[in-house]
Design a protein around this ligand. Structure first.
Ligand code: ADP
Length: 253
């Protein structure tokens, strides 16, 4: 059974001048259980819109959106969201940020501590539990963002360009961290990015979306073994795949 299924999905926003802005046009895709799937496309092609629909945050006009064969009708504990802008509470410590969803869920204090301690360890933030977001680097803040999303033990992680605001080196380090966390946690991941290399490196499959209105223009199976290592990026097959996707994006400008 598919973890997520999107069929013939279309979505328009009402534009400022009353003319509708079509963000998504007849999108169909499926995400397998425990799959790492990337949604790749240029800025403005509707990637965030698609992710927010999967999270149940916004309505759509046409089509079916299902999790485990049931229609998605709103947000739920089964999905965790990781934002590009981290979206941490500045007045809460690392531990309090990670525990936020658990407080909302009325999980006991002792259990919250146990969960957050495990996640602090998992994302490599031991010793920083009592720091505030402004005391952390961008990469560390995003580790908190990932830990917070994992705290509610979701089945699906929805990630909206989570590394888009990090410098190149930190971004590469975080990609490896994410793969390590993903292999430990076995979540289904839908990862939005506009970096071809990032999408190939991380994913089992890459769904390529055209400029607005977003349409699926290519579905690419990534053939490389796990665990992925930076050496994969040096392979001829990696460059070929990158060229293939680049050509699709260029042809669909
Ligand atoms: P991406 O994540 O690929 O950059 P988005 O999903 O954010 O793309 O946006 C897709 C298109 O929909 C863009 O043209 C954007 O301007 C438009 N859009 C997004 N949100 C709104 C909104 N709330 N109202 C009107 N237009 C929007």
């Amino acid at each position: 059974m598919m973890k997520l299924r999107v069929q013939n999905l279309s979505k328009s926003y009402s534009g400022t001048d009353g003319v509708p802005v079509q963000a998504l046009d007849n999108i169909s895709l499926e995400v397998r259980e425990s799959e790492f799937l990337s949604i790749l496309g240029p800025s403005g092609c509707g990637k965030s819109t698609l992710l927010r629909i999967l999270d149940g945050l916004i309505p759509w006009d046409q089509g079916d959106v299902e999790r485990d064969g049931k229609p998605i009708t709103g947000p739920g504990q089964d999905r965790g969201f990781v934002f590009q802008s981290f979206n941490l509470f500045p007045w809460r410590t690392v531990r309090q940020n990670i525990e936020f969803g658990l407080v909302v869920k009325r999980v006991s204090r002792a259990q919250r501590k146990e969960i957050s301690s495990r996640l602090v360890e998992l994302v490599g933030l031991r010793g920083f539990e009592n720091r505030y977001p402004h005391e952390l680097s961008g990469g560390m803040q995003q580790r908190v963002g990932i830990a917070r999303a994992l705290a509610i033990d979701p089945e699906i992680l929805l990630m909206d360009e989570p590394f888009g605001s990090l410098d190149a080196q930190t971004r590469e380090d975080m990609q490896d961290e994410l793969l390590r966390i993903w292999s430990a946690e076995k979540k289904t991941v839908v990862f939005v990015t506009h970096s071809i290399e990032e999408a190939i490196y991380l994913s089992d499959r890459v769904i390529v979306i055209s400029p607005r209105p977003g349409k699926v223009v290519q579905i690419v199976e990534v053939p490389f073994d796990r665990p992925r290592t930076p050496e994969h990026k040096g392979l001829a097959e990696f460059s070929e795949l990158r060229q293939k996707i680049y050509a699709t994006l260029k042809a669909n400008k």
